[in-house]
Design a protein around this ligand. Structure first.
Ligand SMILES: [Zn+2]
Length: 333
């Protein structure tokens, strides 16, 4: 079951050893960027502990017993999961301790205090733990301080400093790293989200080790932007007017508000940097290499302009004017 999970073998081994030595904690804080498999890891681990065929110490799951089937279907009665609802900024305290009318009689903390239904323990995942406000965090303290027998809590968060120290200090912190590019590429191919390995490689390069980012790239048609940028930067000399028009057309297709356009411009800049780096790597002509280095410099400059809220259109035009000029220059050393 762990073979399908990418990039976190070190953590699997750590947990296996901890379980074999009966050294598991009651609460874990999984730290790492969104979209790298923290939640899947917590679910897999729960399935291993619930599986009726394998003992806990094997840290494996059969995938066929009723506990495994329930875990896979998301219906295991002893597995609880809450997170910040879509569109909300904070994890509602009701999810932890029940609504105002039912305080203490429903919610995750209450559920955890009950006897397990079918397994020998209850396990809970709090996704987006960084979105708990102080009251929510405090309401969780009692469960963390005096956990009911067998209970394991997984808190998931991108950073540790977004979690209140009182909570943090009661959890064992486990760090998860972004996935290697090759894993992202394979995952995209396996799921059928991309069909060519070329495309999988391209997207994984820009995914920052994050499957969610990779999916965003696929969804938003950013690949078209990337292709357009590459085409513009491969013509020598660069045609500034044509390039700007082509890129603006893609921006229009991508749509969205000013903030979205700014984000797309940052992608455009990223793609430009990547393409120029590639050309620099392949070039053997010294003058051309100097040109490319200067052009790269200019892209980094554009990046800082964008951060200083320069309007997108102005940033794009100025950048391509300069890139075009640099692509015609004979650089004298
Ligand atoms: Zn099983």
């Amino acid at each position: 079951m762990w073979e399908k999970l990418r990039g976190h073998q070190r953590q699997v081994e750590m947990f296996r050893r901890a379980i074999q030595r009966e050294r598991t904690a009651h609460a874990y804080l999984f730290v790492g960027p969104h979209g790298i498999g923290k939640k899947l890891f917590a679910k897999n681990m729960s399935q291993c502990l619930f599986c009726e065929r394998f003992p806990d110490t094997d840290f494996e799951a059969c995938g066929e017993c009723s506990a495994c089937k329930q875990m896979q279907a998301g219906t295991h009665p002893d597995f609880l999961m809450i997170g910040c609802p879509e569109g909300k900024r904070e994890l509602p305290i009701d999810l932890l301790i029940g609504s105002r009318e039912n305080r203490g009689r429903t919610g995750l903390c209450h559920e955890l205090s009950l006897r397990p239904m079918s397994a020998n323990r209850r396990i809970a995942v709090i996704d987006d733990a960084e979105t708990m406000n102080e009251a929510s965090a405090n309401s969780l303290l009692k469960t963390l301080e005096e956990p009911p027998p067998g209970v394991i809590l997984f808190l998931l968060s991108p950073e540790t400093d977004q979690i209140l120290p009182t909570i943090r200090s009661r959890c064992q912190i486990i760090r998860f790293s972004p996935l290697p590019e090759s894993d992202i590429a394979e995952l995209l191919l396996e799921s059928g989200e991309v069909t060519s390995s070329e495309q999988a490689r391209t997207i994984s390069q820009f995914s920052e080790g994050n499957l969610n980012t990779a999916r965003q790239l696929l969804d938003s048609g950013l690949l078209e932007l990337k292709n357009t940028i590459e085409k513009c930067l491969r013509s020598t000399p660069i045609n500034s007017l044509k390039s700007v028009a082509a890129i603006k057309a893609v921006f229009d297709n991508l749509g969205g508000d000013t903030a979205k356009e700014r984000l797309n411009m940052r992608w455009a800049n990223q793609f430009s940097i990547e393409e120029l780096r590639r050309q620099l790597h392949e070039s053997e002509d010294h003058n051309r290499m100097d040109q490319l280095a200067a052009m790269l410099e200019r892209c980094f400059e554009a990046e800082s302009h964008l951060k200083q809220t320069m309007p997108v259109a102005l940033c794009l035009e100025a950048m391509f004017d300069d890139l075009a000029r640099l692509s015609r220059t004979q650089i004298v050393v």
